[in-house]
Design a protein around this ligand. Structure first.
Ligand code: SF4
Length: 211
């Protein structure tokens, strides 16, 4: 690889941590990823402290919904430091399962005054309800091929081992073409298929059931 390595941060707010585990599962490719990108901040894997977050971060992947004041502060810090901020997973993109907590008025007073419990925000928020977001990779967790496609685009590493065969068949054509060409898709792009998985499943049993 030539050129300066991109600085990457992965962070999880309020979620189940399976988004972090998806990234860990990609570790074979993550090794390749680290030829082009330097993972400088990943508290879940490395216990990285906020003091180690560079001021000139290139890409921040943010998983989990915003449920606590600490989540909100993390979103603001990463937005301030990163060129591209990505809502990673359904919780960050839409509120996800933690968002169900907004259906009750439970609350802030439950934790208020208890130093052992985190301070809750008034409502559970998706990332873009708190700070501007550049890209989304939805899914619970996102599929590994779509994540890999997004990472290749975001770090400008089209030459890394491709996993676009599956992803390209599900991504909108302009998005797949941009990634294949090593071009960053326009901000606001969503790294997801145009059809739900159920619409493309070829399971014989299901075909028989509905035929
Ligand atoms: Fe867990 Fe799904 Fe939320 Fe990711 S999007 S943190 S997998 S609940």
């Amino acid at each position: 690889m030539t050129g300066k390595k991109k600085k990457l941060a992965f962070y999880s707010a309020s979620g189940c941590r399976a988004c972090d585990h998806l990234l860990l599962d990609l570790q074979g490719e993550i090794f390749s990823l680290e030829q082009a990108g330097e993972i400088v901040f990943w508290p879940y894997r490395d216990g990285t402290a906020w003091e180690e977050l560079p001021s000139d971060l290139d890409v921040a992947l943010f998983a989990g919904a915003l449920r606590t004041e600490e989540d909100l502060l993390a979103a603001q810090r990463l937005r301030d430091r990163a060129q591209w901020l990505v809502a990673f997973g359904a919780c960050a993109a839409f509120g996800g399962i933690p968002g169900l907590a907004s259906l009750t008025s439970a609350p802030a007073e439950v934790t208020a005054g208890d130093p052992l419990l985190p301070s809750l925000t008034a409502e559970v928020m998706a990332l873009e309800q708190a700070v501007p977001v550049d890209y989304q990779i939805p899914g619970c967790p996102p599929t590994d091929n779509l994540v890999w496609a997004a990472l290749q685009a975001l770090i400008g590493a089209a030459e890394l081992p491709p996993r676009l065969g599956y992803a390209a068949s599900r991504l909108p054509e302009p998005l797949a073409s941009a990634i294949t060409a090593g071009v960053l898709p326009p901000p606001g792009s969503i790294f997801a298929g145009e059809k739900a998985v159920c619409a493309t499943c070829s399971t014989f049993f299901l075909r028989r059931s509905f035929s």
